[in-house]
Structure formats: C-alpha cells, structure tokens
Design a binder for this molecule. Sequence first.
Ligand code: NAD
Length: 494
Amino acid sequence: FNTAAQVDELITPPVEIRYTKHLINGQFVEAASGKTFPTYDPRTGEVIAHVSEGDEEDINRAVSAARKAFDEGPWPKMTAYERSRILLQIADLVEKHSDELAALETWNNGKLYEQAAKIELPIFVRLLRYYAGWADKIHRLTVPADGNYHVQTLHEPIGVAGQIIPWNFPLLLFSWKVGPALACGNTLVVKTAEQTPLTGLFAAQLFHEAGLPPGVLNVVSGFGPVAGSALASHMDVDKIAFTGSTETGKIIYQLAAKSNLKPVTLELGGKSPFIVCEDADVDKAVELAHFAQFFNQGQCCCARSRTYVHERIYDEFLEKAKATALKRVVGDPFKKGVEKGPQIDSKQLEKILGHIRSGIECNATLECGGERIGKKGFFLQPTVFSNVQDDMLIAKDEIFGPVQTILKFKDTEEVIRRANKTRYGLAAGVFTKNLDTANTLMRGLRAGTVWINCFNVFDAAIPFGGYKMSGVGREKGIYSLHNYLQVKAVVTPL
Ligand code: NAD
C-alpha cells in the first residue's frame, strides 16, 4: 500500500480556530447551560477545540431570533434585488476566505485540502451566486380561471427554516441549504454536525460581515438527539430541511409531523450502483468507478458502492481496480499528492471495519485493503471486494467508507433489476459507448441522478435528491426554491 509513511509526519494546519460559540442574532454566545463538547482532528484523534453544546434552550433562543428577524427585520421585506446584492457580497467574501475555510474543513473533517479548496469551496461560491441570481427572478403567475376573476399567485418566503446538516460535506451542504433559503427571504436556524462544527460558524460570521442582518442566519452547534431534535420538533419553525442518514430522516419526519406538520425535505443515504457495460473502455471505467467510490474517503451519500461489471470484462476490470486501489496514496490530507485522508472518527472507522469483517465472513474475496493504517488518527486502507453477491450485507448496507464491492452481471435487464433491488435510490453511474444501452439503463434505474460516462458533476443548477428511502424532495437548481416558498393564490373580481 502506498501510505508513504505520511500518516505520521503531519503538517500544521494553516488556519486558526476563531469561532466556537453559537452564532445567534449576529452575536457569538455561549450555550445557555455553559456546556461545551470537544471537536477533533481526524488525522490524530486529538481535541482541537471545545465548542458550545446546544440544547433546547439554545434552539429556542435561535428560533426566537430568527422569528423576530422574519417578522420585524428587513430581510424578507427588502427588495429581492437588495437580497441578491447581499448574497453576491457574501459570495465574494467567502471566495476571499476560501483557503482558510478549506484548511479548517480539512482540519476538522480529514478531507483532502486540495479537494476542499479547489472543488468544494468553488461550488459553495458558485451556488451562492446562482441563488443570488434567482432572488429577483421569482415571478408571480397569472392563472387562467373563471372569466369573471383575475387570479394571480404570490410566492412568499415560508418563514423560519430549520436546517440540519451532516459531517461529510460540512460547508458544501451548508451552502446547499442556506443559499436558496436566503434567496427566497427566509430566516434560518442551522444545526451543524457534532463532528464538524467549526466551518459553519466561520462561514456564518462571513455572511454577517458581508451585510446579512442579525437574526437571519443563526448557527447552533450540538448533538442530534438534543439540539437537532429540538429544532425539528419546534412549534415555531415553519420548515425543516435535513441531510443525513435514512434512520435519522425517519425521526425528523416524525418530529415534524408530531409537532406542527412543518414541511420536510430529506436528503438521505444511498447504495448506488456503477454499471460497467461490456463495450466499455476498461481503463477509463476502472478510473471512474474508483473515484465514484473512493472520493471523500468513501464518505459520500452518492458513492457508487456497488460496482456491477459485465462478465466479459470482469477479470480485466478486477485486476485493474485492485491495482488502482493499491496505488492510492493515503496520508495527511494537507499534503500535495495524497489521495486519501482519514475517516471522520473512531466510530465510523469501527463501523467500516465491521462491514469488512462481515464481507470476509460471507466469503466475498478481499482483494486488497481491509486494515487500519497507523495507530493514531482514523486511516484505513482502500479496500476492494470481489465475488460479491447481492444479498451480502456489504452489498446492501451503506458502508460510508473506502470499500468497493465488485459484482458480475450478464445482461442489461438483469443488471437493472439487481441495481434497483435496494431500499435506496439516490444515484447511479453508467459506463458504456452504446447510446441505446445508456438510454435503456438511464430509464430503467430508479435513482435521483444518473451519471453516464462521468461522475460527481455537482453544478448548482443540477437537482439532487433520492427516490425511495434516499429522500423526500429535491435540492439545488430551481427545485430548492420550491422548498422555501409558500404559494398564495389571490383572487380578485374583474
Ligand atoms: P446522521 O443522520 O447521524 O446525522 C446527520 C445530522 O442529523 C447531524 O447534524 C446530527 O446531529 C443530526 N441528528 C442525528 N440524530 C438526530 C435526531 N434524533 N434528531 C435531529 N437531528 C439528528 O448522519 P451522518 O452520519 O452525520 O451522515 C451520514 C449520512 O448522511 C449518510 O447516510 C449519508 O448517505 C447521508 N448523506 C446524504 C446526503 C444527500 O444529499 N442525500 C448528503 C450527505 C450525507
């Protein structure tokens, strides 16, 4: 394995941790309880900061601030053009601080610095500019109705939105949530993930420096079952948007229903297939399938974690997939040339190792990897299994780690049936030169995104979301606007 001894000699992160308290009503404030919780560097497992620990009282304070900003503040009332200008100023300021934000993201999450700085921060900025562009283009409609009435629809902000985000893309998913909600004139309470609380606070501070009025964007750190649950069940929150696991998604749905029936958007887990057809250029297919699975240490909701390969090219594909995994350079995510950082924490590391053990026990063939690297931090070898069957746990459960499972198929109808035989439906990858095959697969696969001969294209304008238990609703593109607007029909006699 290409670890290059890089897990021991670590670079000092080129950024300071400045913000650790909740951001409520434009001020950094301690938790009402005075409590804090530690947050870690996944490269070492060492504590890097103590962060305010939110509970119900903190959520109440944040929701009150957001409510006041919605009812009395300038944000929902200002012209859409003014809102758009402030969002553009925010995008400029975030862009200016991209390197620092990326460094903090890497420090707290373990993702590659190059990836955070060159892929994720540019998407963040692009997304803010995209929704800034939308803010003043949300038109009312005139509706053809009974000839005696003039009917128009107004699109109004929904009110106070609660937004709960996970740890795998802390900043990227922060932007997916807050960008459209702010463009529509809502006020927000964001609950960041307990594993990665730092960058949301830093980004939100920049939003204020760029001109966002106090109370419009409040950020509370804390644990899901306490702070997250208080937000999802709050009677004065008008909308809840959640990204995370399917299990937690079910809880959020119930909390929303049991409290005030607030509308819910859910972006949940996946077990996405990557289908390599017999006509594929094997070298290219190996490379795409590899990145589609191992990107972000495999901690990707849309990781194509079931690689279906046509039987005619299976052996060649397998050999090359294994060689590619063995070459992947594991080490300090701050170092140039490193291709894989640590997993987020010991809990995830143990969960992934458990899945690997289950694969071995079920007689899947462990082609490479499967072991922890080094004693500190949460580094894991890129892992490849062959001879995987659909009913094995490693082919059914979301592993959320660097584990590629390779399965063999014979024909298109068969692979569509097998690929769809899952409770999830988030994404799929297809690799073929044949347009007919691509179209048949694209139509047959029950997934919110199908990438054909490409992977992980995430432009702000492309809708994202899941079929089945991968989610409810869509985010990004024009679809996110619908999530944050109420429609009012206004009827006047002619
Ligand atoms: P998680 O569900 O454990 O946590 C996500 C968020 O929910 C965190 O902020 C957490 O504090 C909060 N939370 C946990 N329990 C809660 C509760 N009872 N009430 C309210 N909030 C609660 O998920 P995770 O482990 O952080 O993230 C990984 C999961 O997220 C994976 O399943 C992954 O597929 C999914 N995900 C989906 C998308 C998507 O767009 N579909 C994107 C990224 C991640």
